[in-house]
Design a protein around this ligand. Structure first.
Ligand SMILES: Cc1ncc(COP(=O)(O)O)c(C=O)c1O
Length: 452
């Protein structure tokens, strides 16, 4: 169901914003055209075609919560590399550690002492005692799923409708018109994901119980709250029931904290007292240097070690990679956790998330728009619906791509960058009240014009 805006007027406003964008970004256009000679679609990665303008802005430099583009325009960055830059760009302690380690050797396929510090810090934050390192959250999820399947001997996993856990084939599945199948948009799925995966709606305990009752599910892979189809929070008691049901059916619970780290220094796991068997996280852990990790309980570690000992070799095990656990990632992770994404930083970031939400909510109320705002710690998001959706299916049905493109381009033209796939803003340790208020005032202007 789409909001009842005057679409003709919306298109006229969008044309005005497109013209403004083109006028203000000639150098980005030039680079984009040049890029087409050697880059598919003119960009280094397909997602970079998803921005609201006709071409992406090319970045000259980023510092803290701001960046400058090649046309000399400055932006408040509320996208922060879709969480990869949640530390703020180029935090000085991490940059120093990265430079120092780069000069001392980047990758050796041998451990460095930093790995021990980081393992202990992960336990302090998330409670799980044993950790392994890799380069992306996708890999952390992939490796965890493999281990869960191997040690339970069960073939399937379970995920939520419209979840996102990276490019993990088993997870790219949706329910369309009541039928599970490959998610629209997935490129070349290797097999029908219903062969590997059960999928249910978030917050639907009956569906979860029915799916687990087959006792063929090795693990549930869950974000504590959905964050990739907008923020969808769990119903009260949902996580307790999820934990109870997974235990009852011998299914492991994997909590993916890659985005929900926004809830606090120990993510939603610590903030809400979750008790996962495995935990996965990547993206901001090393201030933008590729780094990710997965943790496990004592019981899982014991079973995993026993299983791994039965293998003739681990190098084709599918749970590692040449660059995994490299010295540079670990040094960057240590500096990030020790000095940047600290407990104190989260207090400030979460207060800014609240401030951002209030700014948006005030404008929504002031201009009587049928929208709402949802928040998880230092991540917040507006929805074009009066109430927040309760699950991925509802969220996807309420997607209003045309309106989102407009609100994003409006903000971009006025120096604010939002996350392209949804209406989301993230606060970093470097974000200021002034940055947040800049968004509130642009959002208010935009809302006033739309409501007219
Ligand atoms: C919850 C979650 N898990 C995993 C991933 C995958 O991260 P990456 O693309 O860095 O592998 C993402 C990416 O958006 C994510 O949101």
């Amino acid at each position: 169901m789409k909001s009842t805006l005057d679409r003709t007027r919306l298109r006229e406003l969008m044309d005005r914003e497109l013209a403004r964008f083109e006028q203000g970004h000639p150098r980005s256009r030039e680079l984009f055209e040049r890029g087409k000679a050697n880059l598919l679609g003119g960009v280094p990665m397909p997602w970079m075609t998803e921005w609201a303008g006709p071409y992406p802005v090319f970045v000259a430099e980023a510092q803290g919560a701001r960046f400058t583009d090649v046309d000399g325009r400055e932006y408040v960055d509320l996208c922060l590399g879709d969480t990869g830059g949640m530390t703020g760009h180029a935090p000085k302690e991490a940059v120093a550690a990265i430079a120092e380690q780069a000069a001392k050797g980047i990758t050796l396929m041998l451990p460095t002492e930093d790995s021990i510090w980081v393992g202990a810090e992960m336990q302090r934050r998330f409670g799980l005692p044993y950790w392994q390192f890799c380069l992306t959250a996708t890999d952390a999820n992939r490796f965890t799923i493999r281990l869960a399947r191997a040690i339970t001997g069960r073939p399937k996993i379970l995920v939520y409708n419209y979840c996102y856990h990276g490019s993990v084939d088993e997870t790219i599945i949706t329910i369309e018109d009541g039928v599970a199948g490959p998610r629209p948009g997935n490129v070349g799925p290797p097999i029908d994901p219903t062969e590997t995966t059960r999928v249910v709606e978030f917050n639907d305990l009956d569906a979860l119980e029915e799916a687990l009752a087959h006792e063929d599910v090795a693990c549930v892979l869950a974000e504590p709250a959905l964050t990739n189809i907008g923020i969808v929070l769990p119903d009260p008691g949902y996580h307790d029931a999820l934990r109870e049901l997974t235990r009852e059916h011998g299914t492991y619970l994997v909590i993916d904290e890659t985005h929900c780290i926004c809830a606090g220094p120990g993510g939603a796991t610590k903030a809400w007292g979750l008790q996962p068997d495995f935990l996965t996280i990547g993206k901001p852990l090393a201030s933008g240097v590729p780094a990710a990790t997965y943790g496990m309980t004592e019981e899982v570690a014991r079973r995993a070690s026993a299983y791994l000992q039965t293998l003739p070799t681990t190098d084709v095990g599918g749970i590692g990679g040449t660059l995994s656990g490299n010295a540079l990632s670990l040094a960057a992770m240590r500096a990030t956790l020790e000095h940047v994404l600290t407990d104190e930083a989260f207090d400030r970031m979460i207060a800014l998330g609240e401030r951002w939400s209030h700014g948006v909510k005030d404008a929504i109320e002031q201009h009587a728009l049928p929208w709402n705002v949802q928040r998880l710690g230092c991540r917040a998001e507006y929805w074009f619906t009066p109430d927040p959706p309760r699950n991925g299916g509802e969220a996807a049905a309420n997607d209003d791509h045309e309106l989102a493109r407009y609100t994003h381009l409006y903000a971009l033209n006025r120096g604010i960058l939002l996350t392209p796939f949804h209406n989301m803003a993230l606060m970093s340790p470097a974000t200021t009240e002034e940055d947040v208020d800049a968004h509130s005032s642009v959002f208010d202007e935009m809302a006033a014009e739309l409501a007219r």
